[in-house]
Design a protein around this ligand. Structure first.
Ligand SMILES: Cc1cc2nc3c(=O)[nH]c(=O)nc-3n(C[C@H](O)[C@H](O)[C@H](O)COP(=O)(O)OP(=O)(O)OC[C@H]3O[C@@H](n4cnc5c(N)ncnc54)[C@H](O)[C@@H]3O)c2cc1C
Length: 402
């Protein structure tokens, strides 16, 4: 019998479950302490933290909770995956990884269901001598405080992952890295926030922002006008355009990522691994996630066949038996990036009551809990905490170029 190929975009709200329209609505507050624009993992985790502190919070989401980048992610909680040069961002990633288990315990205590969190480790596979020297150099510089990292030579690596091609020279192995289901994470975070009293208003895009002097006085949607004490822009790749309507120069751009899922009778690899952007993640249910592209393609979030071919060429070169697997589905998402790939976090210039948390690029799943915790603390204190000082949007021009 023939197979049906399901190529779909992950940003379409599923027909059932907590993504469906209206599930989060309870009462209707138009004058909350905090109004968060964007119901991705960054907005939902921040809303949850603020609600835990007793604040009244409304989240306005244009589509369904998690409908954009947050559900399209690969789900790696791996500080070394995706470039992040030494400095405050790398430190934040390390801290984010250390906080994760505790944060998820609290999420579950708030009523969230399982999000598929597993300590899987991650292998950074090297195919040429210069990559191997770079990875080994990093391992020897103690760049990973509080986390284990070791070098596996070709023999050790192939003993662990025999399906890898003959060209492998070795791998950096990060046994403490973890994986989860990113779509479940954002859904459950939104649900836990709602159970804490956050009004999560789906399918309600922000249409207009009104300014009076140094204050943002009104947020308009088609349904309502809100007059919150404070507004946080957490609209992912769309944040820059929203900020621009307030005269702010905080550009964000979408960086497209495409991935696909394969069905396996037997998983070809046991540990999540990557060689550059050739990425394989075995899921506990026997499927294999395969990726990934990093593309400047504007706001086009459709799956492209030539991108899938490019992904498959790279991955099959690394693990030849992948070519025999059956395709389940493919998807694309738009990572929110800034000009220098550092997120903006903190109060925006020239306003007394507007903050931003956007541009977490390739690390938003990993960074969301630590950033939510630190940003909520900052908002409640009215001052950005020291740990986030490097990401102050007023200093965006001074961020290093990676
Ligand atoms: C293929 C891929 C793989 C990835 N893998 C990983 C990984 O392994 N690990 C990791 O840490 N990160 C990964 N990421 C990155 C991660 O997904 C992002 O950094 C993170 O999801 C950003 O979250 P966000 O909430 O800022 O943005 P989004 O999830 O994009 O949320 C922003 C929300 O704002 C809403 N919005 C926009 N405009 C408006 C408006 N006017 N009114 C109301 N709402 C609005 C949007 O609808 C959207 O839901 C990956 C991303 C992709 C695409």
């Amino acid at each position: 019998m023939g197979q049906t190929l399901k190529l779909f975009r992950r940003d379409r709200p599923p027909a059932h479950g907590p993504h469906s329209r209206g599930l989060y609505l309870c009462t209707m507050t138009t004058t909350p302490d905090y109004l968060i624009i964007g119901g991705g993992i960054v907005g939902c985790s921040l809303a949850l933290e603020l609600a835990r502190a007793g604040a009244s919070v409304v989240v306005l989401e244009r589509g369904a909770v998690g409908c954009a980048s947050s559900s399209a992610a690969a789900g790696l909680l791996a500080p070394t995956f995706g470039p992040s040069p030494p400095g405050p961002l790398q430190v934040l990633c390390q801290r984010g990884a250390l906080l994760y288990r505790e944060w998820l315990d609290e999420l579950h205590a708030d009523g969230a269901q399982d999000v598929g969190y597993r300590q899987t480790g991650l292998l950074t596979v090297c195919l040429d001598a210069s990559e191997a020297a770079q990875v080994r150099g990093l391992l020897s510089t103690e760049a990973f405080p509080g986390r284990r990292a070791e070098w596996l030579d070709a023999g050790q690596l192939r003993a662990r992952e025999p399906a890898l091609c003959d060209r492998v020279l070795g791998a950096g192995f990060y046994p403490d890295d973890c994986h989860l289901d990113p779509a479940f994470l954002v859904r459950e975070t939104g649900r836990a926030a709602a159970m804490r009293g956050v009004e999560v208003r789906e399918h309600e895009p922000v249409m207009q922002l009104d300014r009076e002097g140094t204050r943002l006085v009104a947020v308009h949607t088609e349904r309502q006008t809100y007059r919150p004490q404070c507004v946080v822009v957490a609209a992912g790749a769309w944040s820059g355009a929203l900020a621009a309507t307030l005269g702010l120069k905080l550009p964000t751009r979408p960086v497209k990522g495409q991935m696909l899922m394969a069905e396996c009778a037997q998983l070809p690899v046991q540990t999540p691994l990557h060689a550059g952007n050739a990425l394989l993640i075995p899921w506990p249910d026997g499927r294999l996630a395969i990726g990934v592209t990093v593309e400047e393609a504007g706001f086009d979030d459709r799956v492209r066949l030539d991108s899938l071919r490019q992904i498959l060429n790279r991955v099959i070169e690394l693990v030849p038996s992948v070519g025999g697997l059956a395709l389940s589905h493919a998807w694309a998402g738009l990572r929110p990036a800034t000009p220098n790939d550092w997120p903006y976090m903190g109060p925006v210039p020239t306003f007394d009551n507007v903050w931003i948390s956007a541009g977490h690029y390739r690390k938003g799943t990993l960074l969301a809990p630590i950033c939510a915790r630190l940003l909520a603390k900052s908002l409640l204190a009215g001052r950005l905490v020291e740990e986030l000082a490097a990401f102050h949007p007023g200093d965006a021009q001074s961020h290093p170029t990676s």
